[in-house]
Design a protein around this ligand. Sequence first.
Ligand code: MRU
Length: 361
Amino acid sequence: MVASRGTGEGEWFTIRWNSDRVELLDQRELPNEERYLSLTEVEEVAEAIEELAIRGAPAIGCAAAMGVALGAWRSDARDLDAMVGELESRVIPRLERTRPTAINLFWALDRMRGTLAKLAQAPGASTESLRAGLLAEAETILEDDKAICREIGQAGIDLIPDGAQVLTHCNAGALATGGYGTALGVVRAAVEAGRSIRVLADETRPLLQGARLTAWELSRDDIPVEVCTDNMAGYLMQQGEVDLVVVGADRIAANGDVANKIGTYGLAVLANAHSIPFYVAAPLSTIDLKIADGSAIPIEIRGRDEIARIGGRTLLPEQVGVRQPAFDVTPAALVTALVTEKGLVQPPSQQAIAALFRPDS
Ligand code: MRU
């Protein structure tokens, strides 16, 4: 068995609480520099999420939960009611405004809001018990996420045969989660089971999460990876260089439509045209049962410079605008299976997804 180091627990980590602060690996600097940010203010956590120092749906959720704990830690509220008021009216709403598409952000903040209400009503509640309880909940969210990623890996292991050539898009790895990853969790589990795999990482324009992050974390684990530009995928499929595609998700609607990094939909169409299986690996916290289908998923629009500038150089004439949706929606019909901690949903359907949430499933 090959040990996987990309767990967020070994040589590097995605995010953690350290004494009175949140520490996270600044993903904007990768692969050139492994620099950790040490955050002591809620505003710093919010900005780290907005500016993609930490990104990827589950990791955003973990960061937001830590942000709430930090809000309690830093608060100088004189009593319990004042602290609850500050967290509910200022801290949580600020974190909710950071990024709109990844449902894990709202899932984690709802969970922190629920914990806050419970802690505040507990007998003998104090500002101290609130601080300790919120930190414990944020750390549980992080540790659960790592464990869930390993379960997703086990659920998807047999989708990846020995010798498989696997295409992935963006980064759905240890960097995008508490550790281990969703799509890359499936890859890691297959490698740990002794399978020899070649990963093709889509570069993922405009912010290059595939080239900078997926390639970085897989190469740190000695998993064979090569980077291709996004527009090479069709040709490589045609040449027989892709046996399957596995990606992550930012939000999955009740019918199985999948929002993920821009370019995912195009890949799914290409995979379908070449009869290549297209898998989406995600935890249940990425499924939004309140949204019937993908048309209602909010799509983040990011700033002009992310397209117009690269490495300090301007690529477009000054007066020319850009169109910059950060995510797209892949219809469920193009998804071969969802890979979740509760197993495969194959093919994704409203009934099969609802069944995942029944207490006996
Ligand atoms: O804009 P990003 O980098 O946050 O987008 C990330 C993705 O699209 C990932 O594929 C998704 O969040 C899944 S992470 C396990």
